[in-house]
Design a protein around this ligand. Structure first.
Ligand SMILES: [Ca+2]
Length: 495
């Protein structure tokens, strides 16, 4: 569809003088990204803003809103590697918010501090309102530029953006026709309390495993469980079925006796990381993380769980830094609090106040279902930020609440073996979930019947591995013969 004049949008008001188009600049085609009108829209009552990308030609008539990540503070562009490639390639109009406030760059500062949490408007925007509040202006922008409304509106996000996806499906089910939730952190409070709990074990004296011990642990897990999926390929395709006991690696007597065994403190760390917990009142809980990829420094336990000597971690873990920022800024309002000595059970009231703003774990998706909208849940099996076990738990609660048939109308869950947080890892990590979602929403065929595969890319971006993307609880099981790098050699199995 033909577009209007990009630059002419600048200065225009949207809504009833509620938002201003601050910038509108035509960006020429580059590196395979079709030319688009870049638009920056700010709400007049707050620091909430969003950036739009409106294809200058060939618009497909639809819009995708994109979620952010971490503590946000900047709009995430559709070119992030984990977003579905069809969003750019098929020329959707897109919009992405800053989460309610601007804090570009400086990742480490954002991990440590979240001062915006002290401002009630910014806090509400960040925790649950930023997409819902900007969507009407995004729709108006599309109408103004193309002279027509988008035929369909979709959403995709990962991590905190996945939490936004769950939030929208539960609290604002009328906003989108379909939603992709990757690594969805809908259990925000439980996740950060689990980060705090695991950090205490990891950062206790002698609690961390050095790289040699990480490999010892990873090799022992693989020796026990790698072939359970029919193929010893160093990828656990059903890690939740692996019942590994770290005490089998315990040093005689329990004191640290070198790299060939684990001390009692280290056995405790592994048990803590792989076990669930609940606050004493039962209000907040988390099921822990999967075994596997314990020695992967960037996409496995090394990504969020192990201490990292490099800045911004500087000897701590991302779980420690993120949870410290969270507890200090959102719960305790104390920038100097020692979170290693903090006990969540003593702070029931602030946990309730903050947790209920963030919480996106309501298993009742009946409102989404009633209007025929669809939801895809997706999680890497070795994600040490958003646990696949938590996403499995949520899906199980949806099935219990709605019944399997009604759940199948609305939501499908897919796990990606060997994959870390949002993307990356030893397993194939790419899947065009937006394409699968749109096919489901508009043609009625669910993703599990579309033959979707996970694709692994080499460092040059060339596809080198495919595996079937299997609807939970099935997983990709090797048939016993054939090329282990092609999807045809695997079947989705529940055995
Ligand atoms: Ca395997």
């Amino acid at each position: 569809m033909a577009s209007g004049n990009c630059e002419a949008l600048k200065g225009r008001q949207l809504g009833q003088q509620q938002a201003t188009i601050l910038e509108a600049v035509a960006v020429p085609e580059k590196d395979g990204i079709p030319a688009y009108c870049h638009v920056n829209v700010k709400l007049n009552d707050s620091t909430l803003r969003f950036e739009g990308r409106l294809p200058l030609s060939g618009w497909n008539g639809k819009m995708v809103a994109l979620g952010g990540g971490g503590y946000k503070g900047e709009p995430f562009p559709p070119t992030r590697p984990y977003f579905s490639p069809s969003i750019v390639a098929e020329r959707y109009a897109t919009m992405a918010t800053n989460g309610g406030y601007d804090a570009p760059g400086a990742r480490d500062a954002k991990y440590f501090r979240a001062e915006f949490a002290y401002d009630p408007v910014k806090l509400a925007d960040y925790t649950y309102l930023s997409i819902h509040r900007t969507l009407p202006f995004g729709k108006e922008l599309v109408q103004a530029f193309y002279g027509a409304a988008a035929k369909k509106n979709y959403f995709e996000g990962c991590s905190a953006g996945g939490a936004e996806a769950m939030m929208l499906s539960q609290r604002f089910p009328g906003d989108f026709d379909g939603i992709v939730a990757r690594a969805p952190a809908g259990n925000f409070m439980g996740l950060f309390l689990q980060f705090n709990r695991i950090s205490k074990a990891v950062l206790a004296p002698g609690g961390a495993l050095n790289p040699a011990k990480q490999k010892l642990l990873a090799d022992a897990v693989l020796a026990q469980c790698d072939a359970m999926d029919g193929l010893a390929d160093r990828i656990l395709s059903k890690p939740m079925a692996c019942k590994f006991d770290p005490a089998t690696l315990r040093c005689p007597g329990g004191a640290d006796a070198g790299d060939k065994c684990l001390s009692d403190a280290q056995v405790h760390t592994v048990r803590t990381a792989t076990s669930g917990f609940s606050t004493a009142d039962g209000a907040w809980s988390h099921p822990g993380y999967n075994v596997g990829a314990e020695d992967n420094p960037t996409k496995g336990w090394g990504e969020y769980l192990w201490p990292n000597p490099n800045p911004p971690m500087s000897g701590r873990s991302l779980q420690a830094i993120f949870s410290e920022g969270f507890v200090r800024s959102f719960i305790m309002r104390d920038p100097n609090l020692d979170t290693m000595r903090w006990n969540p059970d003593e702070w029931r009231a602030p946990l309730h106040v903050v947790g209920t703003m963030f919480n996106a774990f309501d298993p009742d998706l009946s409102a989404l279902r009633a209007r025929g909208a669809k939801l895809i849940l997706w999680n890497g099996e070795h994600d040490t930020a958003v646990s696949p076990r938590d996403t499995v738990r949520y899906y199980g609660e949806v099935v219990k609440k709605m019944g399997q048939a009604a759940a199948d109308d609305t939501v499908e869950l897919f796990l990606a073996p060997g994959v870390g947080h949002c993307s990356g890892g030893t397993g194939p990590d790419r899947a065009d979930l937006m394409k699968a979602l749109v096919t489901w929403a508009e043609q009625g065929t669910p993703p599990s019947r579309q033959g979707v595969v996970h694709t692994g890319l080499d460092s040059a971006g060339k596809p080198v591995q495919t595996r079937p993307m299997c609807k939970f609880p099935s997983y990709a099981r090797y048939k016993g013969a054939g090329n282990p790098n092609t999807a045809e050699s695997f079947a989705c199995s529940t055995e």
